[in-house]
Design a protein around this ligand. Structure first.
Ligand code: AMP
Length: 605
């Protein structure tokens, strides 16, 4: 049998699993651990060290030991300026390709290359554990990774010698592992709070059919932020006592960072612990030590602003799914940061129920990835997975109107087709502008791509049929095509990046769109009025041109005068005047109304 693996490529730790029969099994690494730190050390030359050994070098070799690389994969330099301050290694911009690179001093490596080293290591563990060569994998990513992050993750896997059978969202993978072979229907909330990101998804499980109803989260909220918050606290405490800033000493910062994570983890089981940092910094008098008791209450207070950021995405995801907290039957906790008691408390309070305790938050995602690999290769047949799009997708049509083809939270894979036409006579080409967002006005949404379809059969406006098709494949990749159904002319584009960059952006956009419903309504009303006025004007003009000899010349003069005023109203975009003059025009020409049908001129209603 062809072997395949499922990999949870985590910000902090990574896990690899395979399918034994129909059951996912986690593969231990050579140290016997089931999770491997996502840390890569470049000691020099061709040597690369991955995992626990590399992690131990973070203090000694801060510039050549790379951690949290997932925060940088597929990102542009401008997007990560803030996050870059939280790591010790040097992130630089490769000016030629506008790419982010890590400068090790003697060479530069890309985030994909670093990630590839982690994936290679996991693949090696699996190959030796299963004693066979493995070339296929399902890799998980946060639900809100944009397309560039997805593509970069895929590229990293390929560098590691793995063919990516499927990229799957982490919460979806977790639900798969939880729900496989459960022959009941339930609504599951997957609360995934890891080292770098927070994802919340609502899924409907129904006898091995997994439907993602909605997903939300925060790509800039994870355990690393909590560590950083403790680090800042210790830094200030040291400053108060010793009057020295640890930031001046890279190794001291790394030690404090490590201590911060350790303290955080200890406070998940203990009510109080000791921060102990001997020889943390030196002044004129010599080396200084820092010791302090730190309680869970203090920790909770300190990290509360971060914990509070967990709630809005939970609210938003339920709204999107059309549910309330009580609709949720089961809450699954995924990711190491869900071990924090306060986080569990927040989850319990929000959903009004205790989360499941029988799920290993570190392993469940990789297990789901292995199941998904089984599904994708046809090895498991009875599981069906339906994922969703985070924001609406569509095209711009006349008057800056956004026509939606794929509404937000549609299940993927999906396809949608709509027919459009031309707006002027003998139009030879159409401009297809693909957008994403929730506003009715196209220019208020995010532009994704545009192309021109040429070779349209020459005919009066409104006659050609241009079929626009959107299709999103199982990996979330979007294809848009436009076809003139008469001439057969066709153009297609693959959208490079349609996933919103940040979760906050999604939330913000939806909120903004909701707040602007009245504005959108007024806009759409003015568009409709403009269209109506233009139809009357164009129709009457055509009527005059084709029936000049049968119309009383005085009527023609009167109509033309009104047309002039109407054109002026169009020029300045005055909708009230458009309406007024279009009504007047119809009034001036009303006696010819039996002929108007041919010119599509209708009374103003
Ligand atoms: P993941 O991305 O799921 O591997 O989660 C890693 C994050 O979980 C890191 O920030 C860890 O510090 C954090 N973590 C792991 N164990 C614990 C724990 N017992 N208490 C608090 N945080 C933890």
């Amino acid at each position: 049998m062809e072997r395949f693996i499922g990999i949870d490529l985590g910000t902090t730790n990574s896990v690899v699993a395979f399918l034994e029969g129909q059951k996912p099994v986690v593969i231990p690494n050579t140290e016997g651990n089931r999770t491997t730190p996502s840390v890569v050390l470049y000691p020099g030359g061709d040597e690369v060290v991955v995992g626990e050994l590399a992690k131990r070098q973070l203090v000694i070799n801060p510039f050549s030991t790379i951690s949290s690389i997932k925060r940088f994969i597929g990102r542009r330099p401008a997007e990560v300026a803030e996050t870059a301050k939280q790591v010790q290694y040097h992130l630089v911009e490769d000016m030629e390709n506008e790419r982010l690179m890590i400068d090790l001093g003697w060479k530069k490596v890309s985030p994909e290359e670093v990630s590839a080293e982690i994936l290679k290591k996991l693949r090696d563990y699996a190959c030796s554990y299963l004693d066979t060569d493995i070339t296929q994998a399902v890799i998980t990513i946060p639900a809100y990774f944009n397309d560039s992050q997805r593509s970069a993750t895929k590229a990293a896997a390929e560098m590691a010698g793995l063919e990516v059978i499927r990229i799957v969202n982490e919460p979806t993978a977790a639900a798969l592992a939880y729900g496989q072979n459960k022959d009941k229907s339930e609504i599951v909330a997957v609360f995934d709070f890891g080292g770098g990101t927070f994802d919340i998804s609502i899924l409907e499980l129904d006898n091995n059919i997994f439907e993602v109803r909605a997903t939300n989260g925060d790509t800039y909220l994870g355990g690393d932020n909590i560590d950083n918050c403790i680090l800042e606290f210790i830094r200030e405490e040291i400053k108060k006592g010793i009057k020295k800033d640890i930031m001046e000493d890279v190794k001291a910062v790394q030690r404090v960072r490590e201590a911060s994570e350790k303290i955080k983890c200890e406070l998940s089981t203990l009510k109080s612990t000791t921060i102990s940092l001997p020889f943390i910094i030196s002044d004129e008098e010599g080396p200084k030590h820092f010791t302090r008791e730190f309680t869970r209450d203090e920790f909770n207070k300190l990290a509360m602003p971060l914990f509070e950021r967990l709630i809005p995405p939970c609210r938003a995801v339920l709204t999107d799914a059309g549910m309330t907290p009580s609709s949720v039957d089961t809450v699954l906790l995924v990711g190491g940061s869900t071990r924090i008691p306060k986080v569990r408390e927040i989850v319990t309070e929000f959903f009004g129920r205790e989360p499941r305790k029988d799920i290993n938050p570190d392993e469940v995602v990789a297990m789901g990835a292995a199941i998904q690999a089984g599904v994708a290769t046809g090895y498991i047949r009875e599981v069906l997975l339906l994922d969703v799009t985070p924001l609406s997708l569509g095209i711009e049509i006349a008057d800056d109107v956004f026509s939606v083809l794929v509404p937000r939270n549609s299940n993927i894979p999906t396809a949608a087709v709509k027919k459009f036409t031309t707006v002027v006579d003998n139009q030879k080409n159409v401009f297809v502008h693909v957008l994403q967002g929730e506003r009715k006005q196209a220019s208020q949404n995010r532009s994704l791509a545009h192309f021109r379809l040429t070779g349209i059969t020459t005919s009066p406006k409104d006659i050609p049929e241009i079929e626009v098709r959107f299709s999103i494949d199982a990996n979330g990749i979007l294809n848009v095509s436009a076809t003139d159904l008469t001439s057969g002319a066709r153009k297609e584009v693959k959208i490079e990046s349609y996933h919103p960059v940040k979760t906050e952006e999604v939330e913000q956009e939806v909120k903004e769109a909701e707040g602007k419903l009245d504005e959108d309504r007024i806009y759409m009303d003015s568009v409709r009025k403009g269209e109506k006025a233009k139809n009357i004007m164009d129709g009457v003009k055509k009527f005059i041109a084709e029936n000049e000899l049968d119309i009383d010349p005085a009527d023609i003069t009167a109509m033309q005068e009104v047309i002039e005023s109407l054109e002026e109203a169009f020029e300045v975009g005055d909708v009230a005047s458009m309406e007024e003059w279009a009504r007047a025009l119809y009034g001036t020409a009303e006696k010819y109304q039996e002929k108007f049908f041919k010119y599509n001129v209708k009374p103003w209603k």
